[in-house]
Design a protein around this ligand. Sequence first.
Ligand code: MF3
Ligand code: CO
Length: 281
Amino acid sequence: MPRNAAGLEIKSTDELRVMRRAGLVVARALREMAAAALPGTTTADLDTVAREVLASENATSSFLNYDVGFGIPPYPAVVCISVNDEIVHGIPGARVLADGDIVSIDFGAIVDGFHGDAALTVAVGDVAPEALTLSDVTRLSLAAGLARVRPDVSVGDISAAVQSYIRAAPARYGIVAEYTGHGIGTRMHMNPDVPNLGRPGRGQKLPVGAAVAVEPMVTLGNPGTDVLDDGWTVVTRDGKVACHWEHTVAVTPGGCWVLTAEDGGEAILTAAGGRYAPLGD
Ligand code: MF3
Ligand code: CO
């Protein structure tokens, strides 16, 4: 797989079309899990839904058995489910979703060797209005970041757009700095990191054929994090609610293509002033 001088993996048009197939599997699984996230559902039930989608699409999991080393056990599920004060990397299990929970669902799939990775946040039943607003701000900060993506955008342009959107909101939120978005392609996590705080013009430039996952994690309180004893679950240190939204986006000659959005990003890019430029399937 070719890399540019900065070490970024550069995908051909045909390779981006394969990544689009992975992205559509991710979109379908997230849609089905979001619909299943009702009071009384366990987080393990959502993992089962996702495994069924993978099987029916002949895709494999980006997450299952993911190994970060350091004596942390390999990741045991195909999805991350993070409830309330959990920010990311929550492990599905016996936990029963209850009215009032706000739940982020993060999923990755591999098709023909290429990864797609995306996340969304759903409300279970009646959720506190400030948590719903937090989810909207997080989702729209992702849209603001994606709207910057075009040939030779710098990583800092994306980061700064995410940060400024959150900082322009009427309430003061925490922007998680210890976890970031990332390059993606033949591996889930690749160069470069894509932080959710940054300055325009800084960092690497993304040429046509680059692909990144942009994933703001925003909290109702302070941005500090802790990791639970399971080695994975990242929580807010102050116990306040967090939200997480993510898409995989590719740089195309006319702008970008949101590979994990069912419509390729047309709606969010149009609304946020971005350049929707799919390559066609
Ligand atoms: N989607 C997460 C990310 O972008 C990855 C989940 S961690 C895993 O960082 F171990 F489950 F893969
Ligand atoms: Co990711």
